[in-house]
Design a protein around this ligand. Structure first.
Ligand code: C2E
Ligand code: MG
Ligand code: MG
Ligand code: MG
Length: 290
């Protein structure tokens, strides 16, 4: 029942916004039309197990493909989408794109994971979990193959956020706290949150090997995650020096230009299959959910 109501609400919001901006197309009006015309596609950035070099999955990163073929980066439209409520149908289109692009591969290889970015509204309402359950079961993809990335911006209503994340884990998803270190998280605050992994923000990875005030924070974040028994994903790994530093500290996963930029679906599939062949016998032992 919730699904049709959600779809109805989305159609309603799109309708209102398109109607309001009929005369002069505002950025919001353009975005609403893009939603209606389904102009959103997904690129996939490989996530690598640092110890073995095996590709364990990818992060799904949305792009707005305009009718002229140009791609708009999410930073330029996600904030507006969140403010206006258009993010709901965009998230739905992201999930549909993942299934259209990768369902066959995900069914064939149960060790492959895709991480989805949730916005504050998704985390507060929990609606996204029902959408996922519906779409994933239809495509015979396991919940454990979908990681959910939430940022602290999503925890404005902390009780609602906690309820959604608990339910997400009960259904088998892995919960990742994204952009970790950039918010206000204290250790105490974190301890109460249901989660499996921390994604250390690129700004901390950038400081590795540099002499700066923040560079001394990075090892503490790693230690803290270990104390809480959390997996760690390092974001924005660009140099071999950074990867080596992270490997030495037993950081589990890395993602960044050193391994690959975000790729269109077809290129990601090829990357994944090649990486798998390269990894050889060590492959397949990657258990993520404890
Ligand atoms: P994020 O979740 O922190 O994603 C990581 C961003 O860092 C991505 O930017 C990625 O392309 C970039 N990146 C990864 N490795 C490197 C690197 O080695 N060097 C550099 N310079 N950059 C790297 P992108 O794709 O532009 O996405 C920006 C943000 O937009 C994301 O940050 C996420 O917060 C948001 N976003 C993307 N897709 C979605 C989505 O489907 N839904 C929602 N709600 N937000 C999304
Ligand atoms: Mg993310
Ligand atoms: Mg991130
Ligand atoms: Mg980030």
């Amino acid at each position: 029942l919730l699904l049709p109501i959600g779809a109805f609400m989305a159609a309603f919001i799109i309708g209102i916004v398109v109607w309001l901006s009929r005369k002069r197309l505002s950025p919001l009006g353009e975005l609403a039309i893009a939603v209606r015309n389904r102009e959103f596609i997904v690129h996939y950035q490989p996530i690598v197990e640092l110890a073995s070099g095996a590709c364990v999955g990818a992060e799904a990163l949305v792009r707005w493909r305009r009718p002229d073929g140009s791609l708009v980066r999410p930073d330029l439209f996600i904030p507006l989408a969140e403010e206006s409520g258009l993010i709901m149908p965009i998230t739905d289109q992201v999930i549909e794109a993942i299934i259209a692009d990768l369902a066959a591969l995900l069914r064939m290889d149960r060790n492959l994971h895709i991480a989805i970015n949730l916005c504050a509204g998704d985390v507060t309402s929990g609606r996204i979990l029902d959408v996922l359950q519906d779409r994933l079961s239809g495509a015979r993809i396991e919940a454990a193959q979908i990681w959910l990335e939430a940022t602290e911006r999503g925890f404005i209503d902390i009780d609602a956020a906690r309820a959604t994340l608990i339910q997400a884990r009960e259904r088998g998803h892995m919960v990742v706290i994204d952009d970790f270190g950039t918010g206000y998280s204290s250790l105490q605050y974190l301890e109460g949150l249901p989660m499996d992994a921390l994604k250390i923000d690129k700004s901390f990875i950038d400081t590795i090997g540099r002499d700066s005030a923040t560079s001394s924070v990075t090892p503490h974040i790693i230690e803290m995650a270990k104390t809480l028994d959390l997996r760690i994903v390092a974001e924005g790994v660009e140099t071999e020096e950074q990867a080596e530093y992270l490997r030495e500290r037993d950081v589990h996963f890395g993602q960044g230009w050193l391994f690959s930029k975000p790729l269109p679906a077809g290129e990601f599939i090829r990357y994944y299959q090649n990486a798998k062949t390269r990894a050889g016998s060590g492959w397949g032992n990657v258990r993520v959910v404890a």
